[in-house]
Design a protein around this ligand. Sequence first.
Ligand SMILES: Nc1ncnc2c1ncn2[C@@H]1O[C@H](COP(=O)(O)OP(=O)(O)O)[C@@H](O)[C@H]1O
Ligand SMILES: [Mg+2]
Length: 312
Amino acid sequence: MSALEFDSVSVRYGKLTAVDGVSLTVPSGQVVGLVGESGSGKSTLARAAAGLAPVSAGRVLLDGVDVRRLPRRRPLQMVFQDPYSSLDPRMAIGESITEAMPPGPSRAERRAEVARLLELVHLDPDRAAALPGRLSGGQRQRVALARALAGRPKVLIADEITSALDVSVQGAVLNLVRDVQRRLALSMLFISHNLAVVRYVSDVVAVMYLGRIVEAGPAEQVLTDPRHPYTRDLLAAAPSAHRGLLDDAGTGTDALADTEPADPHHPPPGCRYHPRCPIGPLVHPDRTVCVTADPAGSAGARPHRAACHFAA
Ligand SMILES: Nc1ncnc2c1ncn2[C@@H]1O[C@H](COP(=O)(O)OP(=O)(O)O)[C@@H](O)[C@H]1O
Ligand SMILES: [Mg+2]
């Protein structure tokens, strides 16, 4: 078991600050769900942990060690949204999985390990010789998961892993990921734009908006007692539990406000949510502090924190 810690991490692409001073911990053996609308910087944060995005300030630590000092074969693996592009179409799935294993074991041991991993993700080990093209999207995503697990990670980052799948198979893949995470006691950063999906798997929920974490805390608390107006707006836009957990219609974060979408190239001054905020200066003109002062610092390190001058 391992803890992944983002310590004031920023990632800049030219003039754009995609991730801005994010501090977030994925505790050992827990699932931290990261939610926020498209473009908020979720994938960039994940990529920073995997060494795939340039960290311009701050550090990412794995059990206290800066990930930049870890060996190339890091104890951290990612599963991405697109199971079609993450597997080599010409390579049998068993080979793809074998390729991701640490070197050492004999052929027979590797073959047994492939079978074990395929069983772990509920695929028939006899499919090891199949090419990815023979599999459905959900099955390919299972293979992508098996491939990530082949690297024996301590930390798994799942970035929108159900977003490209048919709604009908999303639930099964989510159940599988949650089951595997528990069985292997993995620490997991689970990313989705869909709050209903995040709610389903997370112990801790963190909400990202324009490169910042605006609220974070125990899932139960954040989801039943949200403090940041953005989180409340996200919850209001998400479908209720009985209306089909994974029905993407209506979870759209674009269902949010009729106001201008956020432009990461020109983040507003003060609180970044103020131009859309239902409790900010749009509605309460006297709340000028939202325009003049950045509430980021007020989030603190409390278990349930929200960066809002008027947090409930
Ligand atoms: N390699 C890159 N070069 C330049 N800009 C990027 C790059 N990757 C992401 N961005 C920008 O960073 C912002 C955050 O993107 P991303 O992390 O993909 O958000 P999310 O995963 O939340 O949708 C977006 O404005 C995106 O256009
Ligand atoms: Mg993304």
